[in-house]
Design a protein. Structure first.
Length: 577
């Protein structure tokens, strides 16, 4: 994967190239950057809070009850009408201390709250607008001050989300689907100067030390609009900022939203943000909650790939975090209390997902996370390169686990039933710093290799893995020198049938490409499939595979007569008798 990975939001490319650094990065050495990021690397798990006026309608507008924090836009609610909701935003049950204690009990080390979302409403006392908590609601008090105090008291780091570009209430603010009320029209440059810049100065000045500035959505952000916002980060020398400012600022970390990348990038920090149900802002009708098991496994998956997990709650207009959210967060917290050693501060090398679970490590300890407990009591772990000195359960009894190590395989002898059906962690002590075999795709039981775009390594200038909005392919493949590869583990040597799934409109078809493994390769010409999204699978021939074990499969271009190669979705290699 080149340069981390790309997040597609509303068709906007968020993580961009290598252009300007954040205010912090440009003034610091690599060692200083590592020191600034160190608490964040250690933390792994944080609480996202989406709270605002949209909690009043609670997802319901007209005959639809599935809106969220986007309700003003998705309901096309006029500005004057939307402002009426603020008169009923009176969170008398708001107990910031309880929220922070919940984060702590859940094992979260930081929280990020929406100081202002796309509806432009400030949860804080802003001097540059009346569209804020103090002036527009019966509650009349700044919501962020007491939260900042509670965070300091309990040792939780506090970050602010700020929607810098989209603002559907202040004239000139951007709207990703265009304005729907003339009251929104105006100059975006004026909006940036008169609202966004002074408000960001307020949130960076009035709440003590801040951990994170979480920009959201770079819609219409030019370098000129983004630069004064980026410059304000100097007010908080230790702050960490994400990649969504726009204008070419890549920030400190990437932000996959609502998904976990198939593999962790090597050279870029990242944080998956995700909802507990299907909405960020409170939606009363949405009871589609993720299970505790699912959440723990997601956290483990993310940690194993060297990412962070920012898990969202959407409090009600009264100020309560919904009970189903509380229950699940406490469940994750209980697991972390027993197994946190395998998550917090683990090594920053992304590890390969395994069919039965995940691996994390810390120095001379390797944590084997077993999601799918083997029914025969034997688990063969074939990715550990260090000599293993001992094995025990991390949690509970910490009972020793019998093991044998031979031929690159550590075989663990396990009890008939999983001690923890969510994820039982076995701690191995090993000789020297943990060494785990790098990412590779394994053959399935039948010996066939399924190589998906999301797991590919993309080499070159333009081609990239693209996803979101129904996309899931290598795209922007417009340089014939760009190529794609997968490291694989071959199960059965011998001839393999090669199938390639791609899309290419008639106007670009005709490129000649090869699929190769080692010295063997097979060539084919890209056929027209009707459109960029009309994917079809083509059997292009067969290649001999000399031996079992690790190898690389590469897709390369021999000639590109038109403007692009193809959208490549997958390659499949199947042993033939
Ligand atoms: O704050 C949360 C989202 O509101 C925000 N980012 C997270 C953290 C976000 N802004 N833009 N997007 C996410 C992507 C845009 C999604 C959309 Fe839609 C798809 C906008 C319109 C169609 C989802 C469905 C939201 C409204 C309808």
């Amino acid at each position: 994967m080149k340069h981390g990975f790309f997040a597609m939001l509303c068709g906007v490319l968020i993580a961009s190239g290598t252009t300007p650094l954040s205010a912090q990065e440009s003034a610091e050495t690599p060692e200083q950057r590592a020191a600034r990021m160190s608490w964040w690397h250690e933390a792994r798990f944080g609480m996202f809070i989406h709270w605002g006026v949209y909690a009043v309608p609670a997802g319901k507008y007209g005959d639809k009850d599935t809106h969220g924090e986007w309700i003003m836009c998705t309901g096309k609610i006029p500005v004057a009408e939307y402002r009426q909701y603020a008169m009923r935003f009176n969170p008398v049950k708001y107990d910031p201390d309880a929220w922070v204690r919940l984060a702590k009990e859940s094992g979260q080390r930081y929280m990020v709250i929406t100081s202002k979302h796309h509806d432009g409403f400030a949860l804080f006392d802003s001097k540059v607008t009346k569209w804020d908590m103090v002036d527009a609601t019966p509650y009349g008090k700044d919501l962020l001050k007491p939260l900042a105090d509670a965070c300091r008291k309990h040792g939780i780091r506090l970050g602010f989300y700020y929607s810098q570009a989209q603002d559907w209430n202040h004239p000139g603010g951007a709207a990703s689907r265009g304005h729907w009320d003339p009251a929104q029209d105006g100059s975006m440059d004026d909006y940036i100067r008169d609202i966004a810049v002074p408000q960001v100065r307020e949130i960076l000045s009035n709440y003590g030390p801040l951990a994170v500035l979480w920009w959201d959505t770079p819609k219409d952000m030019t370098p000129e609009r983004a630069a004064p916002l980026n410059a304000l980060l100097k007010l908080q020398p230790g702050i960490i900022s994400n990649n969504r400012l726009g204008g070419g600022f890549r920030g400190d970390f990437d932000t996959p939203e609502q998904h976990i990348p198939a593999r962790g990038p090597k050279d870029r920090d990242w944080e998956t943000c995700m909802t507990l149900n299907g909405h960020w802002g409170y939606c009363a009708a949405d009871q589609n909650w993720k299970s505790t098991e699912d959440l723990v496994r997601k956290l483990v998956d993310i940690a194993s790939k060297n990412g962070n997990f920012l898990l969202n709650v959407g409090p009600t207009a009264e100020g309560l975090i919904p009970e189903p959210s509380v229950d699940r967060l406490r469940g994750v917290g209980a697991w972390l209390k027993a197994n946190g050693e395998s998550i917090y501060g683990t090594d920053r090398e992304p590890r390969m997902p395994l069919p039965w679970g995940r691996i994390t490590s810390k120095g001379e300890r390797i944590f084997v996370h077993v999601f799918d407990w083997p029914s025969d009591g034997r688990l063969a772990v074939d990715v550990i390169e260090n000599p293993v000195k001992g094995a025990r359960l991390l949690a509970g009894t910490q009972a020793a686990v019998p093991f044998k190590q031979a031929g690159g395989v550590v075989e663990l002898g396990l009890a008939p039933a999983a001690p923890d059906p969510i994820d039982t962690v076995i701690e191995l002590s090993v000789e020297g710093p943990a060494r785990i075999l790098p990412f590779a795709i394994r053959a399935n039981a039948g010996g066939s290799l399924s190589l998906r775009a999301s797991e590919a390594e993309v080499h070159g200038k333009k081609a990239a893995y693209e996803h979101g909005n129904g996309k899931d392919n290598i795209g922007s493949w417009i340089e014939p020198t760009d190529w794609v590869s997968w490291d694989v583990i071959v199960a059965k040597p011998g001839p393999h049938r090669v199938e390639v799934e791609y899309a290419a409109p008639g106007g670009v078809a005709g490129s000649r490409f090869t699929v190769g493994m080692g010295k063997a390769e097979v060539a084919a010409v890209v056929q027209p499939t009707g459109s960029w999204t009309g994917f079809q699978t083509f059997a292009i021939g067969s290649i001999p595979v000399a031996e079992a074990g690790r190898a690389q499969v590469a897709v390369k271009v021999q000639s590109m007569p038109k403007s692009a190669v193809m959208n490549l979705k997958s390659v499949r290699l199947t042993p033939t008798p």
